[in-house]
Design a protein around this ligand. Structure first.
Ligand code: 6PG
Ligand code: NI
Length: 188
C-alpha cells in the first residue's frame, strides 16, 4: 500500500507545525548538562521551558523521512546559552538537514573523538549534519531560535554519551560576545 503524501504549513512566527506531536523540554530535563551548577539550581526555581519540538514522524523504516521544528528559547545558565540536549543518531551513520527559520543561533557538531565544529545559523541557513556527528543547537540571541530538521525515519536518538560528557566546546557569552570555548567537563 502507498502512504498518503502530506503538505503542512509551518507557522514561521511560532514554529508550530499543525497536527505535529509536541515535546517540551524544561530546565529540569537538562540536569547535569550545564557547567555552572549553582546557576542551574538557581534558575531551576523558575524551571523555564528551554525548547519545544513539533515532530511529524513515520514508522522507523529504512528510506522514510521525519521532520520536526524546534523552538529554542533565549536564556543562559551562568554564561552558557540555552541549548538542546544534543545527540548522536542511534543508527550513527544517519545524516540530517537543518534549515534556519527565525532568530539567531548555531549548531555545535562533534565526532566521537571530540573534534568539534561550530556553525552559525539564522533564517535561511542550511546545515548538513554528516553521518556520525553529534549535533546540538544553541540560541545565542534574545528571541526564540526556530529551525526545521529533516532526518531519516530510522535514525533514532542516542543521548547517552552527550548526557555524560557533553560536548568538548561550550558556547558562552563573554563581555557581550558569543564565544566558543573549551569545556572543562570534557575528558577523553
Ligand atoms: C532529530 C533532530 C532534532 C532534535 C531537536 C531536539 O534528530 O530529531 O536532530 O529534531 O531532536 O532539535 O534536540 P535533542 O533531540 O538533542 O533534544
Ligand atoms: Ni538529529
Amino acid at each position: 500500500e502507498y502512504k498518503n503524501p502530506l503538505g503542512v504549513d509551518i507557522d514561521l512566527e511560532t514554529g508550530v507545525i499543525p497536527g505535529a506531536k509536541k515535546l517540551v523540554r524544561r530546565l529540569s530535563d537538562l540536569k547535569g548538562y550545564f557547567v555552572d551548577e549553582k546557576a542551574y539550581e538557581e534558575l531551576l526555581k523558575e524551571n523555564p521551558v528551554v525548547y519545544e519540538v513539533y515532530a511529524i514522524e513515520q514508522e522507523e523504516k529504512d528510506g522514510d523521512l521525519n521532520f520536526a521544528t524546534t523552538v529554542l528559547y533565549p536564556g543562559k545558565v551562568g554564561r552558557e546559552f540555552f541549548f538542546t540536549k544534543g545527540h548522536y543518531h542511534s543508527k550513527a551513520d544517519r545524516a540530517e538537514i537543518y534549515y534556519g527559520i527565525k532568530g539567531k543561533g548555531g549548531m555545535l557538531l562533534q565526532t566521537p573523538e571530540g573534534r568539534a565544529e561550530w556553525i552559525e545559523m539564522g533564517p535561511g541557513t542550511v546545515v548538513y549534519v554528516p553521518p556520525y556527528w553529534a549535533h546540538r543547537t544553541v540560541n545565542t540571541g534574545d528571541e526564540p531560535f526556530i529551525f526545521l530538521a529533516i532526518y531519516p525515519a530510522d535514525a533514532g536518538h542516542d543521548y547517552g554519551s552527550i548526557a555524560e560528557k557533553g560536548f568538548s566546546k561550550l558556547v558562552v557569552e563573554e563581555n557581550g560576545e558569543v564565544m566558543v570555548v573549551d569545556s572543562p567537563k570534557w575528558k577523553e
